[in-house]
Design a protein around this ligand. Structure first.
Ligand code: MSP
Length: 654
C-alpha cells in the first residue's frame, strides 16, 4: 500500500429502482474503465460504488408494492450487484446507506455539524420534488409548481426542520472554485454552478418529519436526515470516517474523482463541498459531470422494454461489446444516443471489421507462412517506422485523454492504431512478399503485425474484460495483459520471436441487421419483382437491353467473412459472404490475383439471383463482379469491384 500512489474514485450511489436501464450502467462502466486504467498504470486504486436507499420516494414505492422499505431495497440491491458482476465492474467496496457503518457515521457527522453551529432548528415551508428528492423555493419553481429539473409536480411541504447554514459558506465556496479551476469538469458545468451560487445561496433544509424511512437525527429522533446529506456522506463513511478505524480514510481521502451524471453535479459541487468545509475536511480533487445516454423513445415502449435492459443486451451481444459501445458512444461531457441499430453498427464496424479482422488476418497469415510461429523481424522499411510511430502516438494520446477523463477520445486514439495496422496489411501485401520469396520483408511485416496485437491487448485492458486476454492467448503469450502494466504498450518489441500463436474464432462475430430493416428490404424486392413481371417489350438495337431487363439482375453489396482456396485448384477460392442478414457461399476464379487473407472484410458486388452452380464440387450461390486486365506475361489479372465509402452489406446495387 505504502509505495504506490493512491487513487480514489467513486460513482454516485444508485437509487433502488426496478427501472434500471442501460443509461444507469454508463456511469459505472465509465468509472470501471477509469479504475482499471489507473490500476494498469500502477496506482493503488480504491473504487467505490453503492446504493442510496433512504427517502420518501423509496418509502412510497415500497408501500405501493406492499412490502417494507427494507425488503424492497434488499431485493433491488441484489439485482444491482448481479448487474455489476455481469458487466465485470471491479469495485473495491459497495456501500449501502442502510448499513450500520454508514448510519452511525452519518449520525456522528450530523452531530458534529450541529455542535459547530452549522445546523439550527426552524420551520420549512416550501416545495419538494419527491422523485428528485429536492427542495425548491417559490422563486425557483416559477409559479408552475413543477420541478425545474424533471418537470414533475412538486408538493408543498410545511414542517419543523433543521437547517444547514450553507449561506455562511457562499463566499468561501466562490473563492475555492476560482482558485481551483479544475475542480468542476467540464468547464460548462463549472460556469453553471458559479452563476447558481452567485444568485444567492440559501440555508438548506436537512431534516424531515412527515415520514420515517431515513437516518434519525441523534439528538431529535422525530426527524430523519435529508436523503442527499445522508447519501453524499457515503464517500467518506465507506472509508470509515469517524469510526474506530480511520486508516482507509486517512489513506484515500480526498477523492481524486467523483464521477456523476450532469443532473446531480449541483449536489456534488455545492452541497457536498460545503459539508466538507463545515467538517474542516479537504475537498475532492475533481467532480466530473458526464452527459446522458439518450434512449431512442421509439424503442422504449413497454412491450419492448427489455431492449434497453443491460442484462438482455449483455446476453445478446457480450459484455465487451456493450462496454465498448457505452465508452465509445458518449463523447466527453456531452450526451450520446442509444439505439440497438447504433450498437450493432459499432460492433460490426469497430469490433468485427477493424479489431477482429486485424487479429484474425494476422494469425491466419502467421499460420500460413510460419506454421503459427512469430518470426524474428528482418529488413526494415519506411512503412514499418510509420506503423511504430502510430503505435506510440496511440499509447500517448490514449493516456493523455484518460487523464482528462475523455474515455471515448482514448478509444478513438487506440483505433487509429487498429486502422493503421489494417492499412499496413494492404500496403505491405504479405501474400505478394510470400509469392515473391521476399522472406526478410515478410518476417518483418508479420512480426510487426503480431507485435501490434500485443500492444493492442495491453491498451484494451481498461475498457474490455475478456478480449485483451483472448488476444494475448492467441498470440501465444503467458500470464495476463493486465499484469503487464500500461507502460508495456510503450515499448516496441515486447513480443519475443518464436512464440507459438493459436488462432481461434474471430473475436467478434458480425451481427445481422435487425428484422425491421430486413422487412423493408423484402418489401422493396417485392415491388421490384412486380415491375419486372410486366416489361413493355419494345424494339431495341442489337446488344442493348432495356431497364426492365437490367432490373431482373439482382446486384448486392456483400462482405467477405471468410476466404480459402478450393483444394487442388489454383484459381478457385471459396468465399463466405454476408448479404445483410443472409450468409452465402460463393466460388470465384480469382485465386491467381488475390490471396484469401486479402479478401476478408472487403465489400464486393455480387449477382445474387444467379442459379446455383458447382465448381470443382463446391456449390456457388452467386457471382462476384470483377474486371479483367492484362497481367504479367500471358496471365490476365483481375480487379474486384468494391465500393468507395462505408456501406452495409445487403445494399442493392443499381
Ligand atoms: N442517488 C442519487 C445519487 C446520490 S450520490 C451521493 C442518484 N441516483 S440515480 O440512480 O438516479 O442515478 C445514478 C447515476 O446514474 C447518476 O449519475 C445518473 O446521472 C446516472 N444515469 C441515470 N440515467 C442515465 C442515462 N440515461 N445516461 C447516463 N447516466 C445516467 O442520482
Amino acid at each position: 500500500m505504502a509505495s504506490k500512489k493512491q487513487f480514489y474514485l467513486t460513482t454516485p450511489i444508485y437509487y433502488p429502482s426496478d427501472n434500471l436501464h442501460i443509461g444507469h450502467a454508463y456511469t459505472t462502466v465509465a468509472a470501471d474503465a477509469l479504475a482499471r486504467f489507473k490500476r494498469h498504470q500502477g496506482y493503488d486504486v480504491m473504487f467505490l460504488t453503492g446504493s442510496d436507499e433512504h427517502g420518501q420516494k423509496i418509502q412510497r414505492v415500497a408501500l405501493e408494492q406492499g412490502v417494507t422499505p427494507q425488503k424492497y431495497v434488499d431485493r433491488i440491491v441484489a439485482g444491482f450487484k448481479h448487474l455489476w458482476k455481469t458487466l465485470d465492474i471491479s469495485y473495491d467496496d459497495f456501500i449501502r446507506t442502510t448499513e450500520e457503518r454508514h448510519l452511525r457515521s452519518v449520525q456522528r457527522i450530523f452531530q458534529r455539524l450541529y455542535e459547530n453551529g452549522d445546523i439550527y432548528k426552524s420551520e420549512y415551508e416550501g416545495w419538494y420534488c419527491v422523485p428528485c428528492e429536492t427542495f425548491w423555493t417559490e422563486r425557483q419553481i416559477t409559479g408552475e409548481h413543477v420541478c425545474p429539473d424533471c418537470g414533475r409536480p412538486v408538493e408543498l411541504v410545511k414542517e419543523e426542520s433543521y437547517f444547514f447554514r450553507m449561506s455562511r459558506y457562499a463566499e468561501r465556496w466562490l473563492r475555492y472554485i476560482e482558485a481551483n479551476p479544475d475542480f468542476i469538469q467540464p468547464v460548462s458545468r463549472r460556469n453553471e454552478m458559479i452563476s447558481f451560487v452567485k444568485q444567492g445561496l440559501e440555508d438548506l433544509c436537512v431534516t424531515r418529519t412527515t415520514f420515517d424511512w431515513g437516518i434519525k437525527v441523534p439528538f431529535d429522533p422525530d426527524h430523519v436526515i435529508y436523503v442527499w446529506i445522508d447519501a453524499l456522506a457515503n464517500y467518506i463513511t465507506a472509508l470509515g470516517f469517524t469510526s474506530a478505524d480511520e486508516t482507509k480514510f486517512r489513506h484515500y481521502w480526498p477523492a481524486d474523482v467523483h464521477l456523476v451524471g450532469k443532473e446531480i453535479v449541483r449536489f456534488h459541487t455545492i452541497i457536498w463541498p460545503i459539508m466538507l468545509m463545515a467538517l474542516d475536511l479537504p475537498l475532492p480533487k475533481k467532480v466530473f459531470g458526464h452527459g446522458w445516454l439518450i434512449l431512442d423513445s421509439g424503442k422504449m415502449s413497454k412491450s419492448k422494454g427489455n431492449v434497453v435492459d443491460p442484462l438482455v443486451l449483455v446476453d445478446k451481444y457480450g459484455v465487451d461489446a456493450i462496454r465498448y459501445f457505452l465508452l465509445r458512444e458518449i463523447p466527453f461531457g456531452s450526451d450520446g444516443y442509444y439505439s440497438e441499430e447504433a450498437l450493432i453498427k459499432r460492433i460490426n464496424s469497430d469490433l468485427a471489421n477493424d479489431l477482429g479482422n486485424l487479429i484474425y488476418r494476422t494469425l491466419t497469415m502467421l499460420n500460413k507462412y510460419y506454421d503459427g510461429v512469430v518470426p524474428a523481424p528482418g529488413l526494415e522499411a519506411e512503412v514499418d517506422r510509420d506503423l511504430r510511430q502510430v503505435a506510440r502516438a496511440a499509447v500517448l494520446d490514449a493516456e493523455a485523454a484518460m487523464d482528462r477523463l475523455e474515455i471515448s477520445v482514448a478509444l478513438e486514439a487506440i483505433w487509429e492504431l487498429v486502422k493503421r495496422a489494417n492499412k499496413y496489411i494492404d500496403e505491405t501485401a504479405p501474400w505478394a512478399l510470400a509469392r515473391n520469396k521476399e522472406a526478410d520483408r515478410l518476417a518483418t511485416v508479420m512480426y510487426n503485425l503480431a507485435e501490434t496485437g500485443r500492444i493492442l491487448a495491453v491498451l484494451l485492458v481498461p475498457y474490455m474484460t475478456s478480449t485483451p486476454r483472448l488476444i494475448w492467448e492467441q498470440l501465444g503469450l503467458s500470464a495476463d495483459p493486465a499484469a503487464q502494466g500500461w507502460a508495456a504498450a510503450k515499448k516496441w518489441g515486447g513480443l519475443k520471436p518464436g512464440a507459438k500463436t493459436h488462432r481461434g474464432a474471430p473475436l467478434f462475430p458480425r451481427i445481422d441487421l435487425d428484422k425491421e430493416e430486413l422487412t423493408m428490404d423484402t418489401e422493396k424486392t417485392t415491388v421490384k419483382e412486380k415491375v419486372s413481371k410486366t416489361p413493355k417489350v419494345e424494339k431495341k438495337a442489337v446488344n442493348q437491353i432495356d431497364i426492365h431487363e437490367f432490373g431482373r439482375i439482382e446486384l448486392k453489396i456483400a462482405e467477405v467473412l471468410l476466404a480459402e482456396r478450393v483444394p487442388k485448384s489454383k484459381k478457385l477460392l471459396r468465399l463466405e459472404v454476408a448479404l445483410g442478414q443472409e450468409r452465402r457461399q460463393l466460388v470465384a476464379g480469382i485465386g491467381k490475383s488475390y490471396e484469401p487473407e486479402q479478401l476478408i472484410g472487403k465489400k464486393i458486388v455480387v449477382v445474387t439471383n444467379l442459379k446455383p452452380a458447382k465448381l470443382m464440387g463446391v456449390e456457388s450461390n452467386g457471382m462476384l463482379l470483377a474486371a479483367s486486365f492484362p497481367g504479367q506475361g500471358e496471365e490476365e489479372a483481375i480487379s474486384l469491384l468494391t465500393v468507395d465509402r462505408p456501406i452495409d452489406s445487403g445494399a442493392r446495387v443499381r
